[in-house]
Ligand binder design. Structure first.
Ligand SMILES: [Zn+2]
Length: 187
């Protein structure tokens, strides 16, 4: 992965995801709800990673007991409600990721768990970008490289041009000097 000059650590698409919209469809947000969420991530050559989380929901929190081959942890995320213009309401999660300056608490629709992490967090906390953005970055990188190359070529050409002009001017001067040089008597 080309990460030169980039601060992202991975792709959104490679991480396990909890989407508040899916949770609503699954009835997870009902107070007192409980059950199991499962993920099946398939890597190249048919390798797959199974992960599961037992969950239960209180009035304000979603609590997860997460488990996969390498990790096992409990985490809870606050649930918040926002009224919609056309009636009804929308639910969000507050990012529960604990960074060096405390809990993030950003209001998000999705939480992610990348392969290297031991807690769910928002895209920002885990420094994830979408594949499309990454590919766009790669294209910009290539273009930038081409611009550098183009500029280098232009500079080189103008350098060559000015060197040629300089040489011409010098030649003219030498010629003039030659013409101006007094004819010394031979012998
Ligand atoms: Zn966060």
């Amino acid at each position: 992965m080309a990460t030169r000059g980039k601060t992202h650590l991975g792709l959104v698409e490679d991480a396990l995801k909890i989407d508040a919209r899916d949770l609503r469809h699954l009835g997870v947000f009902r107070t007192g709800a409980f059950g199991q969420l499962t993920w099946d991530l398939t890597w190249g050559q048919g390798q797959s990673q199974l992960a599961e989380a037992n969950y239960w929901t209180t009035e304000t929190e979603l609590i997860l007991d997460f488990k996969d081959n390498d990790r096992s942890f409990r985490q809870s995320a606050r649930i918040v409600q926002q009224d919609c213009h056309l009636g009804g309401f929308r639910r969000w999660l507050l990012c529960p990721y604990r960074g060096s300056v405390g809990v993030c608490f950003r209001r998000v629709r999705c939480l992610y768990l990348p392969a290297w992490a031991n807690e769910f967090g928002c895209r920002n906390c885990h420094r994830l970008i979408h594949r499309s953005a990454h590919e766009h970055d790669a294209r910009v990188d290539r273009l930038r490289k081409n611009i550098d190359l183009l500029e280098a070529t232009v500079n080189d050409q103008s350098g060559t041009l000015s060197a040629n002009l300089r040489r011409q001017r010098l030649a003219t001067k030498a010629l003039q000097r030659g013409y101006c040089r007094p004819n010394l008597p031979r012998g």
